[in-house]
Design a protein around this ligand. Sequence first.
Ligand code: A2P
Length: 338
Amino acid sequence: MREYTVAVVGATGAVGNEMISVLEERNFPVSRLKLLASERSVGKELTFKGKSLFVEMLDEDSFAGVEIGLFSAGGSISERYAPIAAAAGCVVIDNTSAFRMAPDVPLIVPEVNPGAISRYKNRGIIANPNCSTIQMVVALKPIHDAVRIKRVVVSTYQAVSGTGKKAIAELEEQTRALLNGLKPVIKVYPHQIAFNCLPQIDVFLDNGYTKEEMKMVNETKKILDDPGIAVTATTVRVPVFYGHSESVNIETERKITAERVKNLLSGAPGVKVVDDVKNSQYPLAINAAGKDDTFVGRIREDESLPNGINMWIVSDNLRKGAALNAVQIAEILAREYL
Ligand code: A2P
């Protein structure tokens, strides 16, 4: 099998670390792995397949000879370096929001719209969707195909790891401080995150929604290729380290029973149904952490609507929500296009 030169941009970050692990675990055919980050990380060592690799500084010459670039170093870095990488012949799989809504850039969840990957040829860039959107559409797709979803109302309970390493440290430090009777230091979020819930993820927009909420709205339409699907979201940061949870209410065009949803999702790629309420079994962030699947439970009919379903969707935001989805895209790219 042909092997590829792969670069991870943002290799020292929370998602970057996970990308390196997922490439290794899935035995992606890597001939050479290039680890790129800021000047601060030059000389740091990370391990890939038992070998120690030095982190290099990202610059304009970083992509010579690189075939696949996995980017997760923030939107402004992608805006600047993804076109440079693409011009050097590298296919960029970008985990930031920089190119997601560009009409000529495909936005891919392999279980949902793998065929759209071919459009990477437009600009040499493939966008990896927002973490909360990925796990939601993986579960929505089989239902949408069966009875067409008209409207989605979603509230999220999102882990701090989605913000990056500094936020993981902040939750840890604030929790420790408070349990020791000390004042928590607030740096990453606008308020204390330990023992709290923050109904703000990313910045507020003019319409009163946050950017994260509008990502869920717009990206869902693009991935499901259905601009008519109505989506409204409330995104909340909670003091959980790994794993995003979502309460999702859907209204469908045709009636679907909870039983049929369970059956459909039980056979859906990337989904595991955990729904045994008599024994208090439902998806939990602490169980989803470190796993690849999107877990769905609490599947029930919405008794306030003629055609409605409620469910609870949980997945590891760093894996299916970011690194795993990106590597799955790379696998299809390698298998079918490169
Ligand atoms: P570094 O560790 O050198 O700062 P996280 O989301 O966990 O905070 O990680 C962000 C990632 O993006 C890190 O790998 C970080 O590298 C990288 N990054 C941030 N700013 C830059 C930059 N100016 N150039 C290259 N990489 C960057």
